[in-house]
Design a protein around this ligand. Structure first.
Ligand SMILES: [Zn+2]
Length: 187
């Protein structure tokens, strides 16, 4: 696997790429227990001159328009937009994890109802099931539809984890009774 300069191979996350004494971890590589390992599914390239191994992530482009994906809300640039880290796609045989991709949720696609801000549909850290609208990253996503929306959230008041059982626009925390707006979907 490591013979000659510029050797390449497809490697899996956590796969050993060499020993620490021989190679430095380059892009998408790390050292664990004396071994250099890959952080990602990708193409590893061993630079024997500089003793560095880099891994270029494979873009499998599993995300297509119309696809159902799962992601976590991680940032609000403003009150009309939520940024979502897409980490899984729904396939015929189940949910498959993917290299994380960036999703963008605009308030107009966050609910069938007319809502003022994106906070009326999702909260920071929420797990959402969404439909992909565009074909290139960052992917535009939609929560419009009975099976789409927040599938796991936390109560803003007591932080209890809430897993909605149906599509609603308002949740009541079963622990503390606090009510708050979300566009939910049954998990
Ligand atoms: Zn609560």
């Amino acid at each position: 696997m490591q013979t000659g300069s510029g050797d390449r191979a497809i490697v899996a996350p956590g796969e050993e790429l060499g020993v620490e004494e021989e190679y430095l971890p380059g892009d998408n590589a790390y050292v664990d227990s004396g071994y250099v390992k890959s952080m990602v599914l990708g193409v590893a390239e061993w630079d024997r001159v500089n003793h560095v191994v880099n891994v270029r992530p494979l873009k499998l482009s599993l995300i297509r328009p119309g696809q159902i994906v799962y992601g976590k809300v991680y940032y609000f640039p403003n009150d009309k937009v939520a940024m979502v880290r897409i980490f899984a796609v729904q396939q015929q045989d189940g949910v498959r994890r993917i290299q994380p991709e960036t999703g963008i949720l605009y308030v107009a696609y966050a609910s069938e109802e007319r809502i003022g801000t994106v906070y009326d549909a999702v909260g920071l850290g929420d797990l959402v099931r969404a439909r992909v609208l565009s074909s290139k990253p960052p992917y535009h996503i939609s929560l419009r539809g009975p099976l789409l929306g927040v599938v796991e959230t936390r109560c803003p008041q007591c932080r209890a984890v809430i897993i909605p059982s149906s599509t609603v626009s308002r949740l009541t925390c079963p622990v503390c009774g606090f009510t708050f707006r979300r566009k939910t979907a049954p998990s």
